[in-house]
Design a protein around this ligand. Structure first.
Ligand code: 13P
Length: 261
């Protein structure tokens, strides 16, 4: 059975004080009893708060992820952060290729691919983001874009490596807009991605890959999205900054999993 996972991407929000408050709230609410074994929960704070997150969440079932990393191993790259540094701060996951990185920092599929490879090499699980813009959707080219991104970001990945990544479908038009993809729209793309992987690797390869949905996911719409057969979890932005919203999404994921058996 695929891993069901809810990840909170705090983006460039929170500081030392507000971050500690939120982390302690999450620790208090998301107890082992509450989330059980069936759902993994990941918190991705900004880099300066990773140490704090490690201290607060260290002995809880919640894992820590970063929002980005550099693709080189180390060296003279002023201002950058390496995968090994993230590991040393207790990170298990790293988001790569978020649409905001692509848009504002000009990251290409090739760079995202190098980051994902480096993350795996350092023992991190990359959460690799893909997704079309509104113009691309309206032009009817969603599936072409998704196909191009999937083959670009997974260039050089063999089957064993595929099993160690998480994909996140985040339609750009749904991010931070309050306008989530409908469950049917998201399901269609998730199924398409699985079929692509089946085609590229082997007939059942896509069935084993965890694929998250991201884009205006909230406690109120999470259950319907997560009840779709190919949507394994969520990459949550705005709603991850509010303990009640975020834990509501985790609860919805637990209910969806129970329902699916
Ligand atoms: P929102 O949940 O704020 O739409 O952001 C989604 C996202 O970009 C998560 O990475």
């Amino acid at each position: 059975m695929r891993t069901r996972l809810i990840a909170g991407n705090w983006k460039m929000n929170m500081d030392r004080h507000s971050g500690a408050v939120l982390l302690n709230e999450l620790k208090g609410i998301l107890t082992p009893d509450r989330i059980g074994q069936s759902v993994s929960v990941v918190v991705c704070p900004p880099f300066p708060l990773l140490g704090l997150a490690g201290d607060i969440l260290g002995s809880t079932p919640l894992s820590i992820g970063a929002q980005n990393m550099h693709h080189e191993k180390g060296g003279a790259y002023t201002g950058e952060i390496s995968a090994d540094m993230l590991v040393s701060f207790g990170c298990r996951y790293v988001i790569v290729g978020h649409s905001e990185r692509r848009r504002y920092f000009h990251e290409t599929d090739e760079i995202v691919n190098r980051k994902a490879l480096r993350a795996l090499g350092s023992g991190l699980t990359p959460i690799i983001c893909i997704g079309e813009t509104l113009e691309e959707r309206e032009a009817g080219s969603t599936m072409d874009i998704i196909e191009r991104q999937v083959s670009g970001v997974l260039e050089g990945f063999d089957r064993a490596m595929l099993d160690r990544v998480i994909l996140a479908y985040e339609p750009v038009w749904a991010i931070g807009t309050g306008k989530n993809a409908t469950p049917a729209q998201a399901q269609e793309v998730h199924r398409f991605v699985r079929d692509l992987l089946d085609e590229r690797y082997s007939p059942e390869a896509g069935e084993g890959v965890t694929i998250l949905y991201g884009g205006s996911m909230k406690a109120e719409n999470a259950y319907d999205l997560l009840s779709e057969p190919d949507i394994d979890g969520g990459l949550v932005g705005g709603a991850s900054l509010d303990a009640r919203q975020f834990t509501g999404i985790v609860d919805a994921a637990c209910r969806a999993r129970e329902h699916q058996g």
